[in-house]
Design a binder for this molecule. Sequence first.
Ligand code: FAD
Ligand code: DLZ
Ligand code: SF4
Length: 515
Amino acid sequence: MPTCRHLILLLGDQLSPTLSSLSGADPARDVILMAEVMAEATYVRHHKLKIAFIFSAMRHFAEELREQGFTVRYTRLDEAGNTGSLRGELRRAAEALRPEAVIVTEPGEWRVLDDMKGWRQLLACPVEIRPDTRFLCSHREFRAWAEGRRDLTMEFFYREMRRKTGLLMEGDQPMGGRWNFDTENRKPAAPDLLRPKRKNVTPDAITREVLALVEDRFSDHIGRLDRFGFAVTRRQAEELQDAFIANHLAQFGETQDAMLSGDPFLNHALLSFYINIGFLDPLAVCRAAERAYLEGEAPINAVEGFIRQIIGWREYVRGVYWLKMPDYVASNFFDAHRPLPDFFWTGETDMACLSTVIGETIDHAYAHHIQRLMVTGNFALIAGLHPHQVHEWYLEVYADAYEWVELPNVIGMSLFADGGLLGTKPYAASGNYISKMSDYCSGCRYDVKKKTGEGACPFNALYWDFLDRNGDKLSGNRRLAQPYATWRRMSEAQRQDYRATAARFLEKLDAGERV
Ligand code: FAD
Ligand code: DLZ
Ligand code: SF4
């Protein structure tokens, strides 16, 4: 005789009361299964903060469900008998509870979905995989949008999402008369002592227990736990959302692309962690931002820019991921093979931009978009680092990283390893961009103004060397016509100088010398 009707498996990034697998759930007849498992914590070696955040959020969410009357079967990582994998825990629970059916919401990673498809054979009952309705755009809708298009320009997808949601719309026209206010969002920033400080959530007893567990079991993973300040309940995440809208949204646009030493967060939302695990509903976050605009509390450039990231980029990269997987993960358009340098794990490099961004990543499991794209990503691109190693690094070190969102951002947007499916040109830049958008260069051993030779900023020679090395693949790209024209106008001696400077730098890098 079955001892429960449905066994509902919730994953660590499925902590939403509105989750499709919970729809129709009956506390009297159904059992919810949640499991902390080694396989999920180590398939890449996640940052300690990320593991602690997810485990604590899972434990708090299980409590919330119990308060609603649900029976939650929760496996802790250190519990005796923990099989170490999702399928193992599901089988153990199914053998004990003999459900009529297992219900799950589709996962955010292809590898888990692939495994799930074999669960029917594993269990003595049917497995129902429901769509993840927390996204605005279903797989079917995205496929229909993408079908027959020569290029998948995000901007056009974004306009569809604006129309679909009605966000910042007046009838069928965009509020403010334009769809996109990005030209107003590219300013550098100055230190601002009056910028409101971020609220850290003080760890409670549940989190403290998790922190001790993570320190004990994952001591060799990257990161430190002493600054743990993540929200671990939905209520806490909502408070952080409200604080962002009240204190930072108005300035979000103008400092969006800026980078400042000692101010890793600027006016960014720091909400991706909570949106991605399901504590915050993306549409509700956007509606709250829209309200701030309508009430005159934040300007259109900030609010439009913020909403575009969520209903535009976030939905779009998910669409691309499911459209292109499983082959997408092996993309390597430039045939880049250089291994990831050790300093990606320690921040120990003389390049101040990289040591700052990697150091902040180690401290917070966070870096903002331009740091990820134009510092670490740009370096990986122009130094020819292997896309798969770069992808795994991003998946490990950021607390908001799940493959559906991380992979297209890394493989597509940052490394152009998909050959231009997601972006129209690679985001390659010399030191000049970093110098313009940050204060990093003033504290650097290298000279950003020096183009070649000893002491020159490595980004300068690597940038030209990258264009030169990949001329056969890129010189026909209309958006790169100007840099290629500049390269051709240089004297052969100058071009050789760039090539030689880049080669010397890459030799040192390959030899494991400090750079
Ligand atoms: P804000 O800059 O304040 O933006 C607001 C929200 O918009 C974010 O919370 C996020 O939900 C959404 N958003 C913004 N940009 C993107 C984007 N490009 N793709 C998807 N959503 C976006 N984002 C992740 O959530 N997980 C990742 O693993 C991840 N990896 C990235 C790797 C690279 C190389 C790059 C260039 C970007 C990556 N991003 C990733 C996108 C973006 O950098 C983060 O979403 C953002 O930095 C999160 O911080 P925030 O909440 O302060 O965002
Ligand atoms: C990231 C993560 C980690 C570190 N640990 C767990 C876990 O122990 N149990 C779990 O259910 N989920 C975990 N997750 C999140 C999953 O890896 C995530 O659900 C899949 O990658 C699909 O997005
Ligand atoms: Fe980075 Fe070059 Fe500036 Fe140094 S000089 S911080 S390496 S961009």
